[in-house]
Each structure stands twice: as C-alpha cells, then as structure tokens.
Design a protein around this ligand. Structure first.
Ligand code: EPU
Length: 423
C-alpha cells in the first residue's frame, strides 16, 4: 500500500526568516464557541491543518452553516438542532471534546462520541464530568458515546479542578457562560488559548474574568451575539521552529510570534548556550557551536510545555553532557525516544516518564516513525540534525498540527521533501 514519508538530507544549518500560523489548540477551543449564539461568527487566521476541516464538519453535523475559505471560517449556528457528534468525525480530533461544553452551554443537553487526538496517555475526562455535575448536568457513559442532560439548563457553581486541565477548563467555560448565576473555576489552566477563548466569549457578550490566572469567574448571561475573531499565533509551532533553528546550529528570525508564550523554552535555550533575541512579535534564535545539556520538567503553563519536550529531546540528543526530561503531564509521551535511539541517540526512559539523554557527537539518518504529532516534529528536527538521509513515516500525525512544515523548513535551507513509498 502506498504511504507518505518525509525525506530529509540532514546537516544543513537553518537560516532565514519564517512566519508563524494561527494556533491549532486555540482554533480548536474557539470554534465550538460559535454554537453558543444564533448570530454569525467569523473566525480568521486559522491554520491550514487537517484538524480544522474536521471541526468544520463537526459543526455542520450539528446543523450549523459553515464555510471555510482562505483561513476564515464563517459559522451560522442559527439552525443548529442536532446535539450529537458523529463517531467517525469526533474520533479524529481532540477538539470534539469541546462540543460537550458547547452543547451544554447552548441547550443543556447533548451526546458526544469519545474524542480522538494523540495517544499520549489515558486522557481521562473525569474533571470535565465532575465540573459538569457541579453545574447541574448528568453525565452518562454509553459505550462509545457520552450522554449529557440537565433539568432545563445549567446553574452556576464553584468548581475546583484537581489539576489545571486545559480541556476541562475550556469545557467548563463553554458550559457556564450562559448558566444561571455565577461560576468559579478554581485551579484553572492558564494556557494562552484559555485567555483567547475568554476573550472571544467576552467579545460575544459573555462575562468572564480572570482567564490566565488560576481562578476564572463567570457571571452567566442570557444571550450571546456573533463576533469576528482572529486566532493567535501558534505557540508550539513557534517553539518547534526555535528548537529546529538551534539544533541545526542555524540563525532564524521568526515573525508573528508572541515571545512571552515561549518564555520557558527561551530560558532553557539560553541555559544551553543558544542565543535568543526577542522584539515585539519577533524571535531570533541562533546557535554557533556546541550547546550544553539541560534538565526539563514539563508543567502546566507557564511551565515548560509538554508539547515541546519531544522536539527538544531531539536537540538534546547531541548536547554536551547528560540531559533529563521528566514528562509529568501525560503518562505515555516518551515513545519517540526509542525512535531517536534508532538514529544513534543514547537515551533511556524510566517508568515511561523520565528520559535520560546522553549527548552524542551526531545522529545518523535512518527510517523512523512519528508516534504522535509532537513526536513527528522531534523526528523532523532529528532528521535535520543527522548525517545522511532520514525517512519519517506516519506523517499524518504531523499534518494534523503543523501547517506547511516542510515548505517553511525548505525556505530556511533544509533539504526536505515528501515521497510516496510502497509498504
Ligand atoms: N486529565 C485527567 N482528567 C481530566 C482531564 C485531564 O486526568 O478530566 C489529565 C490528562 O489525562 C493529562 C493531564 O490531565 O494527563 C492534562 O490534560 P489536559 O486536559 O490539560 O490536556 P488536553 O486538554 O487533553 C491539551 C492540548 C494538548 C496539550 C495539553 C497540555 C488541545 C486540543 N490539546 O490537551 O495538545 O498537550 O492540553 O497542555 O488543546 C498537542 O497539541 O500535541 C497536544 C497534545
């Protein structure tokens, strides 16, 4: 059967200038919010990635009129009458989770298929369910579906999240904006796309305060109106390109970024001896020689993001000294380390969480596979660093979350292309 591979001839330092696209995870969070109004919502600067048309189809399946052209999605949810996400679509994206909050927020009931997304751990939904319960909803697990009901709408309440879950925070914001009375979400996630969703909802007439801190206060409103909204630059695409620039000992100027979103990564790169300069919406990353090993523990924002530990691990494979990466957010996000070892990295993983990476002089190209989206980015960076040719399989993971990654890297001098092979 024919399948695609990314082919890289490594060893070229990346040089030049590149622009960042709209954020994947921000887009996934804000699109379902359009279901909370009968007016039209126009959302622009969407990334051209595989997840976005699937979100459009999920909105259409609910009965919304949706057009998606040139990064702009226009959503008219006035005719929405089907509060269920189909299994074949919902299972392909993590963003389908947010239809729970959007359906509850709109009509107080719904039925959603188990969401998809990368297989990086259990990805439980118990905090979402506990929060919905506090707002007066009943949640029933029905095979591959989750049933949601309430007695005529949700009622505000105080909710404490046992962990600042990004998904649960987003769902509870969507569910509570039109609930009766006040809701407090304590120990909320603080990721940039939480702030984005609050900002879009407030632009629609909602009353949310405190997004970006660990306490979000929502005063329920009866009605929301339409809005125009522009997606913020992708934090993880920015970080991935910063690491790629440093790991190839290149010099890259990244435009259209939000430097403050990348502080944890910039701090690590500086610690490793990489040059990082920031100005307004520009970040320049340059590395002119060997770089030091470092120790990373993933944490909720503003700590070091789990989504960037895999790309960074490729760079650490050739650092001076021994590095560690302690993955604390997802239980199974170190599977890419075995792939890096195929390229000559010297690394091991304890308890599926703690990767110890002994820096080596160089990596050697071979055939490797993306085990998930950010693991795919790690393989691309490893391929750019390696001597010889690297072939990367499972490229569909990369297409889910990175827009035109190969084109952008080629514009920076990388020898990267896509080929079809017979498996
Ligand atoms: N968790 C629970 N119960 C819950 C919710 C979460 O135990 O009810 C656990 C999860 O199993 C996990 C941890 O809490 O171990 C964090 O999960 P969280 O809910 O914060 O993550 P998510 O919403 O599933 C989003 C991003 C991920 C990103 C994480 C952490 C989207 C669509 N996904 O996932 O992005 O890694 O937050 O920042 O926004 C990616 O882009 O590659 C990606 C995986």
């Amino acid at each position: 059967m024919p399948s695609e591979r990314i082919r890289i001839q490594g060893g070229v330092p990346l040089k030049g200038e590149v622009h960042i696209c709209g954020g994947k995870n921000a887009a996934l969070a804000v699109l379902p919010a359009a279901l909370l109004t009968d007016d039209v919502c126009v959302i622009d600067n969407l990334p051209s990635i595989d997840d976005i048309p699937i979100m459009a189809d999920l909105l259409r399946a609910a009965g919304a009129k949706v057009s998606l052209r040139n990064r702009v999605m226009t959503i008219d949810a006035s005719g929405v009458d089907h509060f269920e996400t189909p299994k074949d679509l919902a299972g392909r994206v993590r963003g389908s989770t947010y239809f729970m909050g959007a359906f509850l927020g709109r009509v107080g009931h719904g039925r959603v298929a188990i969401p998809g997304g990368c297989q990086i751990g259990a990805r439980k939904l118990d905090f979402h369910f506990k929060g919905f319960g506090a707002l007066g909803a009943t949640v029933t697990e029905e095979g591959d579906f989750i049933g949601l009901s309430s007695n005529g709408g949700l009622i505000g309440n105080e909710i404490y999240l046992d962990f600042p879950s990004v998904g649960a925070t987003i769902n509870l914001m969507l569910a509570s904006v039109k609930a009766k009375g006040n809701t407090i979400i304590a120990n909320a996630a603080k990721e940039p796309h939480i702030v984005e969703l609050a900002s879009m909802l407030n632009g629609m007439g909602a009353h949310l305060r405190g997004a970006g801190t660990d306490t979000i206060r929502v005063r329920g409103v009866e009605k929301l109106h339409g809005c125009s909204y522009s997606i913020i630059p992708d934090q993880i695409e920015t970080g991935t390109l910063m690491i790629a620039a440093a790991a190839t000992r290149g010099d890259v100027i990244i435009h259209g970024a939000i430097p403050v979103h990348l502080e944890a990564l910039s701090a690590k790169l500086l610690e490793m001896g990489v040059h990082v300069y920031e100005q307004d919406d520009m970040i320049r990353v340059a590395c002119d020689g060997p770089y030091r090993a470092c120790h990373v523990t993933t944490q909720p924002y503003p700590g070091f993001p789990t989504d960037l530990q895999q790309p960074l691990s490729a760079m650490l494979a050739c650092a001076m000294g021994t590095s560690t990466i302690n993955e604390t957010i997802f239980e199974d996000r170190q599977r890419h380390i075995a792939e890096l070892c195929k390229m000559g990295a010297v690394a091991n993983v304890e308890n599926k969480a703690l990767a110890t990476i002994q820096g080596v002089d160089h990596l050697t190209g071979t055939t490797v596979f993306a085990t998930d989206l950010r693991a795919g980015a790690a393989m691309v960076i490893a391929g750019l660093m390696a001597q010889g040719e690297t072939l990367i399989g499972n490229v569909h993971y990369i297409d889910r979350g990175y827009e035109s990654l190969e084109t952008k890297l080629r514009s920076l001098g990388a020898r990267i292309s896509r080929i079809t092979v017979d498996e």
